[in-house]
Design a protein around this ligand. Sequence first.
Ligand code: C2E
Ligand code: CA
Ligand code: CA
Length: 754
Amino acid sequence: MKLVKKMPLIYFIFVGITSGLFSLATWHQWTSLNSSYELQQTYAVNRFASSVDSLLGTQSMFLMFIEEHILAENGADNRDKTKSELSRLVNSNIDIAMISLYLPNGQLDLSSSRLNVEPILNLLENEETRDSFKQTLNSNDMVLGRTYRVGDRGQLVFPLRKTIRTATGEPSLVISMALRVNDARLFNDHQHYADINVLVLLRDDGYRQFISSKEDHPNAYNIKPVLKTNQLRTAAVDYIKSRYPFPKTKYKPYQFYTGRSQVVTARLDSYGLWVNSRIFKSDIRAEFIPAYLVQLFVFISSHILLHFIVRHIIRKEMKRQGDLFYQAHHDELTKLPNKQYFQSNLSKWLKSTRRPFSMILINIDRFRLINDNYGHQSGDHVLQYVAFRLKTLLQNGDLLIRYTGDEFILITSKTNTSELYRRASGIITALGLPYKLGESELPLSSSIGIAKYPEHGDTLTLLLRSANIAMVNSKKERNIANMFSFSMEKSYMHRLLIEERLRIAAQEGSFYMVYQPQIDTQNHLYGVEALVRWEDEKLGFISPDKFIPIAEFCGLMPKIGQHIINTTLSEISSLQRELELPFQIAINISAQQFCHVGFFEMLLEAVKHNKVAPTLLTIEITESLFINDIEKVLPILNQLREAGLSISLDDFGTGYSSLSMLRTLPIDELKIDKSFVDDILNDVRSLKMVQNIISIGKNLNLSILAEGIEIPEQEQSLIDCGCDLFQGYHYSKPLLKTDLYQYVLDKSFNLNSQ
Ligand code: C2E
Ligand code: CA
Ligand code: CA
């Protein structure tokens, strides 16, 4: 998870680094391309400079030769000889177009040429030659004149001049030799090394002496370069002088850049010449950019590809983790958010919001029985139905959670009490509709607890606890909803304490039995009802009315029930042996105990173990047993009767079953509830009810037992109705085994009549 979260950052760092490296590489390529051009230009400049140097050196020696050997030997007077000598020299040296002699006043003296051109008649009067001629007169060395065109072909030549002086040093003649620029061996080859390169031989006075380039420059020799170039040249000279002081080195190429070009320059100091090589930066760029664009394209497209790969990986991973998160936070069966979701999200939510809301905790009643009776697969089906029905009831902003196996939580923003009760009863109704399981249709009820935030708890734990307390309160009656109240909490705490003590008691078996006699119409002892008692060290005496529902709720009843059966059978069988008086033993069996796996076998085992005749045993069950699952209950009832036991239906008339239902039930006895007996003397409806129960019971061949008889008038009224058996304080309170022994002796029931 962490790596994926960091992946975008890693990716951006990677892109940053590679972009940096790419820029560096590009920069490196650019600078090396520039320096390679620099190198090539330097090489060209070097080569050209040295060639020019040696050419001019040779020509300067040639001039000296003319001066010393031709003119000195022939003298100024022997003009014809001199002229023919000169023309011989011109013809022998193909680099030379013409040799002329001038007087110090600029006038042509004589001339010899290989071209059909006329020499300039007066060098001082000619604009192009004036300055250099004056310079020649003042110098003892060879002086280069400006390049000019001659002949019909407009051939380029440049003049090399030298002054011949008298013994006193006065100028007597000036030799002017025209060097053919185009045809000279040095210059007729292209000196620039590439099309984009221009090589120029520059004069100190700013005029060009020679240009080598791809293009022709017809007027280039008459134009003086702009000032800017002169300034640069000055800078270059300063630089070169500072680094390579003259005359140590003849020429030393120097590289520099102007706004538009890369330039390499070298100075031929002895001739006042510069060799300049230049390439436009735009030409270098034009070479660089296509290759760069290809690289840039590859770079960008590979990054785009990488971007998509990384994005794909991140998305896939996020989705995978999202799925994992979903799986961890949702219940697979109902697809609802689960407890984990609830705990992690709601706590966060509570911290961020203070808005009131309500929690509706829904618990399916006796869900365990569905699993036990129909199997877990059916249980799962029912839960799916439940979740589906709950979902259909959801309103905007509601959150439904499957909290535990059969517990759902609905979070709603509503906090109005009556509205909450309305919603809860809607839920109870919806969940109360029968569930189809194969052939059978199963009714289910639910108990609901409601708690409000923050009124009933300002943390998740407290709120949940309050909702749970309210729900447990609803469980007492089932199929109802309760809103949490603080009085509930007290009874809940007490209940929790009972639960805790009950677990210990169940473990230690610290219960005891009392027996309440049952009398027949002849005033004989018919039997006893075994009733359990619990006196806890801490809590004192707790009535079975109170602890039995709790024991049922927390699943302790089968264990406690087994203890009750064993104690009762062992005590009563020994009592019967002592008294030699057989009588019925009625044992109350709770629904949970009855439905517990192996109940029947356990009971028979206990009967056998205590050597009790099965016919003496009556099982008291209540109608609530039949709302569980009649199809599973009936076979066990039948088995019990086949084994010889009797079945008594306790608290009859208080529950749901109708009188007509009795027909189908395998029972032997009806027990009229104490509430009818209580009112029999002053409420006609109770009397009518008792009469009805008795007549229908008789019709079905059932014996009728009335309980809770406290006064003789009640007994009489029941006798009048045709009741067979009687139980109540009027005869005896429930008694300990020893007290029962005494009671039987005191009443001196006729032992033989049984
Ligand atoms: P129940 O089965 O209806 O038991 C009769 C209850 O009525 C007993 O209360 C009994 O003491 C009381 N009683 C009998 N005659 C009179 C009378 O004339 N006046 C008054 N006021 N009460 C009378 P108890 O023992 O407190 O038991 C209460 C309930 O607890 C029982 O109702 C039964 O449902 C349950 N219970 C008691 N013992 C056991 C037991 O061993 N196993 C099971 N599963 N339930 C038991
Ligand atoms: Ca009973
Ligand atoms: Ca009863």
